[in-house]
Design a protein around this ligand. Structure first.
Ligand SMILES: Cc1cc2nc3c(=O)[nH]c(=O)nc-3n(C[C@H](O)[C@H](O)[C@H](O)COP(=O)(O)OP(=O)(O)OC[C@H]3O[C@@H](n4cnc5c(N)ncnc54)[C@H](O)[C@@H]3O)c2cc1C
Length: 394
């Protein structure tokens, strides 16, 4: 019997879990022995953490996919541990508390390292949204809110300025969505009059990675709801009760941050990054120097925007090409990507956006409607119920 292909998947959220599902479908029976490494026992569905801004902490509870269950069901081994180094020359993943794992294929999806300390005085206690405990604290803050100025801010994306497409903000779409949900939630409780909501981004426009049509719709929506927008923001320092920007100081009563994104320590320590912490790959995700190593999702240098939709698409393409490479066959080159996104506007409506202008294409569609919010809920429900698999995959 032929030797099984040893596949190691590092990271088990959108990129890693999707890769595991595709492997289970595309590999022949017994072709691969798959090991998944992640320190987290549950994969948190991050796009829905913004429900925290609807002031209902209980709604955060179901947003988790149990990693061990998914691995068991798909015939993979799960090791709950941190990868501390990837040795691409020896084809080994070194773990913090287990012996190294040798691989024939490594699918690497450990995401970005949120870098709070990149801004002086910024730390998770200021307020955040990216992980469950932060979202929970934000929900509690909202429940106890009496009024004042609430600032929603995204840090910068720290990356090679030569990288195309060029984005300035870590994740402004999620933050502007959070601001809209807070607006709607406060209106429902009769606290909006007593609250100023601000949205701050280092990007030139709100909704940086949406198309021009979506940006125009979003600008109108933010103005109509009296959400104040500051673009091109350079935050120099965060202090209790105020934000020191390059051109002014802003008094604040509450903040919700997506922190600066600054590549990956694991990539730096492994010397597999582009000098900025991001993993350089070709269009199918293969590392530019190491053909048995594929990067997926947020960690990729060209993984722009940093979105779950991109991570899921990368996973499908990487698995297809990785299997073709070990079988000695060829797979078709990927088509031009498109950014598909729905912003939950918090009031029962959503902003649907589909575009590829970011990559030089001409597609630019946008619309606001209840159906868009419904589509986002349906996606979430299907993802959680399918344990990371959807009836229609990106
Ligand atoms: C509040 C919020 C809202 C969002 N909304 C949307 C949205 O509406 N639509 C959308 O498309 N995207 C959205 N995103 C972005 C989306 O969540 C990310 O782009 C996506 O999670 C990236 O997936 P990933 O698998 O590349 O990385 P991650 O999701 O970051 O997963 C990385 C995994 O690797 C593991 N890991 C990390 N280090 C190690 C290590 N050393 N060893 C082993 N494992 C490790 C982690 O535990 C984690 O499970 C949102 C993000 C946030 C924060």
């Amino acid at each position: 019997m032929a030797e099984r292909v040893r596949v190691v998947i590092v990271g088990a959220r959108f990129g890693g879990l999707t890769a595991l599902h595709w492997l289970a479908r595309k590999a022949r029976l017994g072709e691969c022995a798959v090991t998944v490494v992640d320190p987290q026992a549950v994969s948190v569905f991050r796009p829905s953490l913004i429900v925290a801004l609807q002031g209902e902490p209980g709604r955060l509870r179901p947003l988790r996919v149990p990693v061990a269950d998914v691995c068991r069901r798909l015939g993979a081994r799960w090791i709950q541990d941190f990868a501390v180094r990837i040795d691409a020359a020896a084809r080994q993943v070194h773990l913090a508390a287990h012996p190294p794992l040798s691989y024939d294929l490594c699918l690497w999806a450990t995401g970005v390292d949120p870098c709070w300390q990149f801004i002086d005085g910024l730390d998770p206690s200021r307020g955040g949204l990216c992980e469950l405990p932060l979202a929970r604290a934000t929900a509690e803050r909202l429940a106890a809110w009496r009024g004042g100025r609430w600032v929603f801010a995204t840090g910068p994306l720290v990356a090679d300025p030569a990288q195309q497409p060029s984005l300035r903000a870590a994740l402004d779409a999620a933050v502007v969505e959070a601001a809209c949900c807070a607006d709607a939630g406060l209106r429902r409780r009769g606290r909006r009059e007593a609250t100023e909501i601000w949205f701050l981004t280092p990007a030139a426009v709100a909704g940086e990675w949406l198309g021009a049509r979506s940006q125009a719709l979003l600008a109108r929506e933010l103005a109509r709801r009296d959400i104040r927008v500051l673009t091109g923001v350079d935050v120099r320092r965060v202090e209790a009760g105020r934000l020191v920007l390059a051109d002014r100081t802003l008094k604040v009563d509450a903040m919700t941050w997506v922190p600066p994104y600054r590549g990956s320590r694991l990539a730096r320590w492994s010397r597999l990054d582009d000098g900025w912490g991001w993993v350089p790959t070709d269009a199918v995700g293969r590392h530019v120097e190491w053909p048995r190593l594929y990067a997926i999702g947020d960690i990729r240098r060209d993984g722009l925007p940093k979105s779950a939709h991109s991570a899921m698409r990368h996973a499908r393409i990487a698995v297809t090409h990785a299997l073709a490479s070990v079988r000695g066959t060829t797979a078709p080159p990927p088509a031009m990507p498109a950014v598909l996104h729905v912003l939950d506007l918090g009031d029962g409506r959503g902003l649907f956006s589909a575009q590829n202008t970011l990559y030089g294409g001409r597609l630019d569609r946008a619309a606001i409607g209840r159906w868009a919010a419904w589509a986002k809920s349906a996606f979430t429900w299907a993802y959680l119920r399918g344990r990371g698999w959807l009836p229609v995959m990106p």
